[in-house]
Design a protein around this ligand. Sequence first.
Ligand SMILES: C[S@@+](CC[C@H](N)C(=O)[O-])C[C@H]1O[C@@H](n2cnc3c(N)ncnc32)[C@H](O)[C@@H]1O
Length: 376
Amino acid sequence: MAVDLGALDGDALDELMGKVVTDLGAIALAPLLSIGERLGLFRALADGEAVTPAELGERTATVERNVREWLAAMAASGYVTYVGEGRYRLSPEQVAVFTDEDSPVFVLGGFQAFAAAARPETRDRLERAFLDGHGVAWHEHHRDLFAGTARFFRPGYALHLVAEWLPALDGVVDRLRVGANVADVGCGLGHSTLLMAKAFPGSRFSGFDYHAPSIDAARELAAESGAGESGAGESGAGESGEGARVTFEVAGGKDFGGGPYDLVAYFDCLHDMGDPVGVLAHTREQLAPDGTVMLVEPFSHDDVSQNLNPLGRAFYSASSLICVPASQSQEVGRALGAQAGEQRIHEVATEAGFGRFRRAAETPFNIIYEVGNRAG
Ligand SMILES: C[S@@+](CC[C@H](N)C(=O)[O-])C[C@H]1O[C@@H](n2cnc3c(N)ncnc32)[C@H](O)[C@@H]1O
């Protein structure tokens, strides 16, 4: 049937087509961001100096013609600033967002992770998962997802975890100062574990994840960081011996050991697990009677209509590609999704037998829940 354009609302159509053009550009831009990072194009602009494509090409041993097109694509996106007369520079904000791995607003890890999940071979698997409901496991993704996710989340953890999230939990910082036993479950590459270990040298930290390559990487990062070395008389990070203060072990959420724990933390991962109720029920068995569970989850409202905004779009899209299929691939397949919201997370904690639940802190990107046994 031929579409009668005259019968359509012209303004609504223009608005929709504007979004489509923006998104077409975004899809083409994603690999260019990765190329820009890998070839050092962003880094070479970090001094904020205005350069020509030829000068940037010289700085990075790349071809001027390709760099010229890349710079124009970035400038049209607002990711690089065109200053006229063929020169481009990064503003201080663009430097913080695109060049500084330690900046709280560094984003290139996010592009690395999303691009990994969008790879054609993964898309084909996901397409099958939409038909058979068996999901796609976390470990079936390209390795860029593991590194990219860790790089994407680390700046937020570095900014908030020790300064705000742990202090928002009742009595937890006092225990960490004295000497607590802590588990970080679904720890991935272990940045959260290492940040806590560095801040509280008198406590012991165990990172667990079912994905062996992530645990191998966590051990390497721990050894490089020396995070465990300040524990009084104890051996270093990444070791798995009796005395090690920071250890990383391959274990799933329903079979990690080492309790009783004063604190068990889940960073952006409970919703990825197939059986979050089973995982939290197991956590109860590993928790000291007065211990605390910290659930860090992506920010979300309970009702879908309240999440229909740019952040919700990024989270629902990642959830469709990564989180829901990951959970579906595991036992039970509860598939909470990255936008589960407080009510559903509370339900899961209650089903697991916990009587204490509250929202302890939040940022624009995360909600931090405190969970425990009923006092008394
Ligand atoms: C989105 S990543 C978050 C990783 C890390 N916590 C962070 O914040 O960077 C989800 C993690 O959950 C882990 N995971 C998924 N299902 C699991 C399970 N059943 N038991 C343990 N880990 C699991 C994955 O291997 C992955 O490392």
